[in-house]
Unconditional design. Structure first.
Lengths: 288, 300
């Protein structure tokens, strides 16, 4: 048992690093995913991932596999798209989803153009699909810092964020914190996707954000509890996914997301709150 | 019908005449090579008589190449298309069909004794296409290219023969140098880790063990188990050096090196030449660079 569950991590440093990386990632991304889901923005994560990809690619073209350039590129592209989306959605007739769709498509097209004009077809996919097994000190630090920022900022804007999820009209009538909180939140989405793409790659980074969040939805009605469950199931997926990759030889990034997916399917079926099977079970009668 | 045939014969005759006429400014033979190393071979054999274009240029990975419309035009314009063969360019037949060209691609690996990729780990039992990593094979490439060019441009046969002979002499010298360099390395230190097992033929020809953390194709993502095995293996077999490559993820190599204590060797070039200012602008430079790096890492 020890050999199976613990030894891979005590024996190999890269496993410890991968675990620490996914742990930090899940702690930040889980809660972010919950808020995305509650605001009916579950697909925004995916769109944002596409929006940061060209930025990171441009960073890569200019200075190679430099952590700084790729992070900066991704952050800039993501923040520009997030900001423009937020502004257009709030100041014009266009709704948030349409505004985001336009800007992320533009960003993607621009990125692809720049990459092909620049000419080398060196395996960008390989670069953009980060490897959770190859986390060095810098990347690990970056992921940890991002997770810390996420949790601190989330704590600061928690109240307006929650109220806006439930009753945006009420929030607008009592406070002007709605717009800044929303923009800060979108910024956090970008930050988490950027740190996620160093570890898991852009596409899978969305997975560690949304799947645990959806899982959390089936176990709690309370938002705080939901975020806790999301973070916990993300951490659990990271641990089990790495073990799976270690023992069976499947690629580690997808393994982590598949475990998160399995947790989600189980929750859809057996979740305490609205799970399919749970619903059919006879409920306890209220007794006077 | 007969009249038409006469015209054709006449046209062919005229074409032959224009090609043969030494005084006429010669139309260069347009040759397309699929990737940079083949392009270098063609340049050396064809010299001034040919104009070489390559689809996958320097520093690019042919495994993940995606043809563009401009490439289809290059194919359509080419009189001779040289491919590596052995499944290296899976996209080639489709590209030729798409370009509307009637040209028959010529595989430069004709006559090469193909090794199975499966021998080198978890491959798929297909032929390993990276045959150029053995200089003996490179000589077969050159001979095939010489024959292909002579067939397409009979008037230049003498030039091609002379160029090829000169180049083959250089390759012979190169082969001897590589063997001498390997002989100088102590036998128990002749093993390295490289992130891409493109060196199967090199391994067979010169007796240096290449152990790779990935399958033959750069498409396969390594799993935690693969990485753990490599690290364990380095520690157990006391492998002295780990090499990076210009086409796969260097971050993973750094991780393995730090964890296992093997030293990081310089860059090895496998599938692509570098630009003119790089370490390996030609095939001969590429091989010399690689063996120098390997020797340096294993001697110390």
């Amino acid at each position: 048992m020890y050999d199976f569950l613990i030894a891979p991590f005590t024996e190999f440093e890269f496993m410890r690093r991968a675990l620490a990386g996914t742990l930090a990632l899940a702690l930040g991304a889980g809660p972010i995913g919950v808020f995305l889901m509650l605001r009916r923005m579950s697909l925004v994560g995916d769109a944002m991932a596409h929006a940061i990809l060209p930025g990171a690619a441009i960073g890569f073209l200019f200075s190679g596999l430099s952590l700084f350039a790729m992070t900066a590129g991704g952050l800039i592209a993501g923040c520009v798209v997030a900001l423009l989306t937020g502004l257009v959605a709030r100041m014009t007739e266009l709704k948030e989803d349409a505004a985001l769709a336009t800007f992320y498509l533009l960003s993607l097209a621009l990125g692809v153009t720049i990459v092909s004009v620049k000419g080398t077809n060196i395996d960008l996919l390989h670069v953009l699909f980060g490897s959770v097994l190859a986390l060095d000190d810098q990347t690990l630090l970056l992921i940890a810092i991002n997770a810390t920022i996420t949790l601190v900022v989330l704590a600061l804007i928690y109240r307006p964020l929650v109220i806006e999820c439930v009753d945006p009209g009420f929030l607008r009538s009592v406070s002007r914190a709605g717009a800044p909180a929303h923009l800060a939140f979108l910024g956090l989405v970008v930050v988490n996707l950027v740190s996620g793409f160093h570890a898991l790659g852009t596409l899978l980074a969305v997975g560690i954000m949304m799947l645990p969040a959806a899982t959390g939805r089936f176990w709690a009605r309370d938002i705080t509890l939901m975020t806790l469950i999301a973070a916990a199931s993300g951490v659990f997926s990271g641990y089990v996914g790495l073990l799976l990759s270690f023992h069976t030889g499947v690629p580690s990034g997808p393994a982590i997301i598949l475990v998160a997916g399995a947790l989600y399917v189980l929750s859809v079926l057996f979740g305490k709150v609205g799970g399919l099977v749970t619903q059919t079970l006879p409920k306890r009668h209220l007794e006077a | 019908m007969p009249a038409r045939r006469h015209i054709l014969t006449l046209a062919a005759g005229l074409a032959g005449l224009t090609l043969a006429g030494p005084a006429i400014a010669q139309e260069k033979l347009k040759v397309l090579a699929t990737f940079s190393i083949l392009g270098d071979f063609v340049k050396n054999v064809g010299g001034d008589r040919v104009e070489v274009t390559t689809l996958v240029g320097p520093d690019s990975d042919a495994h993940v190449y995606a043809p563009s419309p401009a490439d289809a035009r290059k194919v359509a314009e080419a009189k001779v298309v040289i491919t590596n063969g052995l499944g290296f360019e899976g996209w080639m037949s489709r590209l030729i069909r798409a370009s509307g060209s009637k040209v028959q691609p010529i595989a430069a690996t004709k006559g090469v004794k193909a090794r199975r990729a499966a021998e080198a780990g978890h491959g798929h039992g297909e032929a390993d296409p990276h045959a150029w990593q053995s200089v003996a094979n490179a000589k077969l490439y050159v001979a095939n290219i010489r024959d292909a060019l002579s067939a397409a441009d009979p008037a230049g046969k003498a030039t091609y023969d002379a160029n090829a002979a000169a180049y083959l002499t250089k390759l012979d010298a190169l082969d001897r140098d590589v063997k001498a360099a390997v002989a100088a390395i102590p036998a128990d230190r002749r093993k390295i880790i490289s992130s891409h097992d493109a060196f199967g033929y090199f391994e067979e020809a010169y007796g240096i063990d290449f152990i790779a953390p990935q399958g033959v194709s750069t498409e396969a993502e390594p799993s935690a188990r693969d990485v753990a095995r490599i690290i364990t293996q380095i520690k157990r077999q006391k492998i002295p050096a780990v090499f990076l490559e210009n086409v796969t993820d260097p971050r993973l190599m750094n991780r393995i090196s730090q964890e296992s204590g093997a030293r990081i060797g310089g860059k090895l070039y496998s599938d692509a030449l570098t630009g003119d200012n790089g370490d390996a602008p030609t095939y001969i430079d590429l091989v010399r660079h690689n063996i120098k790096q390997i020797a340096a890492a294993l001697m110390s």
